[in-house]
Design a protein around this ligand. Sequence first.
Ligand SMILES: [Zn+2]
Length: 118
Amino acid sequence: MAHCAYCKAETFLYDGGVPICLECADARDANSKPPETEHRIRTILTEALTEATARANAASEEFSGVMGDIPSALPHPDGTQRIHNASRELSAARKEVMQAHTRLTDFLSRGIIPEDLK
Ligand SMILES: [Zn+2]
């Protein structure tokens, strides 16, 4: 058994060759989140928001396109289905934007790390 470099408690845990006990490791992680982790999470969340926004814009254009087609497309049998699909895609894409936005702002303003990124 090694002894924790910080509190001298017995430990089997090493961090970069330095013995550290679970309690000290936890306390340290809570106090100072490694900057690269924070940076990584912020990058992931920002990119997710950018991608979701791009998808929503594309879905919005697709929806406008479908709606613009309608006069000439009627009485096309799948016209209604196309509207439904485009509309559903657009609202799903907008929902993703809102979720991505919430995840990013929760992290930036309150330090909340999404479960799937922990
Ligand atoms: Zn310790």
